[in-house]
Design a protein around this ligand. Structure first.
Ligand code: DGY
Length: 328
């Protein structure tokens, strides 16, 4: 007799191939629309499912756990960031939480590098002039941006994604600086020729480009507050592909409007999907709809990682990507 299949409820629409595999391996209830699952349905899932496959759109909070029945064994998050999940509460209730580390690193780093270049070289503004039929003649003074070669990149958070970004930045001739809770190993630091700053303020004031690549935790909420943002140089560019809440978005919009920094590249927002109204219409704000890991390869690998975690549980073992509160 085979292993009993777990009852899995998905709260997100995944690529078809991944969903088919879910159906083959588990008793899966798919979520077939791109809209987030409404709250009452999510609470219903907590009360009935053995495994809930969640995403950043779901608030897995105290109310969720209050609604959860004894049958709920695991929250398998589709994504690496887990700031929307009360992990401590889950652990208290004996519910496992997993995520999908490692498989979206290169994609997120690619998008971050893309945003740095897009802002510095004014891709969106330039493309807009062509789309509007305004490109009439080549001119030496038209659409001048800033060279990134030889510039200093300050990475806030030197985990997997920060390091993957650093490798790309090196290839573009940038000098890598970083702020992290602790320095990376000498091997990585030598490879990247990276300069460590224990004092974030000192680093911010000296960089040409800042990239946010740390997780959102209670400690990193508004890590770049108005005072810190004011340290940036007027020609600096700030890029954020991590979490919107790490930067005070209203203060950032004001700085941009006042020409106190040169530009921003954002994929995430403090109150997503809402965006600070002051950011709209600014030519030097390149804004994307949280799509840094959105490649078919990453989304398939993320799905496979979720499947691996659930299948491991189903087979009676400990899922590999458990989030342990000591790690938080
Ligand atoms: C992630 O994996 O954290 C992405 O930002 C989507 O949640």
């Amino acid at each position: 007799m085979g292993t009993k299949k777990l009852n899995v409820v998905m709260t997100v629409k995944l690529p078809d191939g991944v969903e088919t595999r879910f159906r083959e391996l588990f008793n899966t209830t798919l979520w077939l629309t791109k809209e987030p699952m409404p709250r009452e349905k999510l609470l219903e899932a907590a009360a009935t499912a053995e495994v809930v496959v969640s995403s950043i759109n779901d608030r897995i909070d105290e109310d969720f756990f209050a609604a959860a029945g004894e049958q709920l064994k695991m929250i398998a998050n589709f994504g690496v960031g887990h700031d929307h999940i009360d992990v401590a509460k889950a652990v208290e209730k004996g519910i496992i939480v997993t995520n999908t580390p490692g498989v979206l690193t290169e994609d997120t780093a690619e998008m971050t590098m893309g945003l740095i270049i897009a802002v510095a070289r004014r891709f969106v503004e330039g493309a807009g002039t062509v789309q509007r039929g305004e490109f009439s003649a080549w001119s030496p003074t038209f659409m001048m941006g800033r060279r990134i070669y030889g510039k200093r990149l300050g990475i806030v958070g030197m985990g997997r994604i920060g390091q993957a970004l650093a490798r790309r930045a090196r290839a573009f001739g940038m000098q890598v600086h970083y702020h992290n809770r602790k320095p990376v190993s000498p091997r990585i630091s030598d490879e990247l020729e990276a300069t460590y700053w224990d004092d974030l303020d000192q680093m911010l004031a000296r960089m040409d480009v800042i990239s946010i690549n740390c997780p959102r935790t209670p400690e990193t909420y508004h890590l770049l507050n108005a005072e810190r943002l004011a340290l940036l140089q007027p020609h600096a560019i700030l890029v954020n592909t991590a979490r919107g809440q790490i930067v005070d978005e209203d203060a950032l919009a004001q700085l941009l409007k006042d020409h106190k920094i040169a530009g921003v590249g954002l994929d995430v927002y403090e109150r997503a999907p809402a965006i600070a109204p002051a950011l709209f219409g600014l030519p030097n704000a390149v804004m994307l709809p949280h799509m840094a890991s959105s490649t078919i390869e990453a989304r398939t690998d993320m799905g496979d990682r979720v499947i691996l975690n659930i299948k491991t549980l189903q087979d009676g073992h400990r899922p590999p990507d458990r989030i342990i509160p000591a790690m938080l």
